[in-house]
Design a protein around this ligand. Structure first.
Ligand SMILES: [Zn+2]
Length: 210
């Protein structure tokens, strides 16, 4: 059992044994691209967008941050502002966790095989702009939830090799081309296939297991 205090709230957590609960699967293989723009894009065309509440909470967070920096260091008002900021942080994290839970439950419950990419986080963290976006997307949390839920619901989690170029391959003909991060649409120079960048990557992930 673990007891911790976070932003003024007490949390108790403990480990327990969980009996697997296999569910009938409506889908076979699904590829999932975890993005910065959308929470997730799936190879069946489904898009899980970032929830509105999350965007609003993030905006509020920026405001609280500014307020903290304006208060005198060591003052009572600053301590109060810091407390408020911590609460806002927790709210953002809670909304994110809730959205991730819905996504990972849906994936693990309804698909026999789920394919995700193995993000090279340490390499990406060197790019500071990307770093905050990735930390924000909670990729670690996504992978963690999916791992144990696939066990619960008796589905298979496949993590593609980190050198598999899921965003560079054409999901139609297999041609490979460079895809800078700002290019949002995949336009194949070989066959002319056109698709949303994240969707193309998700289909490639689904194809990874064939
Ligand atoms: Zn092509």
């Amino acid at each position: 059992m673990r007891i911790s205090k976070r932003a003024g709230d007490w949390h108790i957590s403990f480990k327990y044994d969980y009996q697997p609960n296999p569910t009938p699967k409506e889908g076979d293989i699904i590829g999932v691209d975890v993005g910065i723009n959308a929470l997730a894009t799936c190879s069946d065309g489904r898009i899980f967008s970032n929830v509105k509440a999350y965007k609003q909470a993030k905006k509020r967070l920026t405001g609280y941050q500014r307020r903290v920096s304006k208060k005198k260091i060591g003052s009572k008002n600053r301590a109060k502002a810091v407390k408020r900021l911590a609460k806002a942080h927790k709210k953002v994290a809670d909304i994110r966790a809730d959205a991730l839970h819905k996504l990972t439950t849906w994936l693990a419950k309804n698909h026999s095989t789920i394919v995700i990419e193995d993000l090279n986080i340490s390499g990406m963290l060197k790019n500071h702009k990307l770093a905050s976006a990735i930390a924000d997307c909670g990729f670690y949390e996504f992978k963690r939830q999916l791992t144990y839920k696939c066990e619960w619901y008796d589905s298979v989690l496949v993590i593609a090799d980190r050198f598999y170029p899921s965003s560079q391959l054409c999901s139609n003909c297999g041609h490979q081309q460079k895809m800078p991060l700002n290019v949002r649409t995949y336009e194949c120079a070989n066959c002319g296939f056109k698709a949303d960048r994240d969707f193309n990557a998700a289909v490639n992930l689904a194809n990874y297991v064939y």
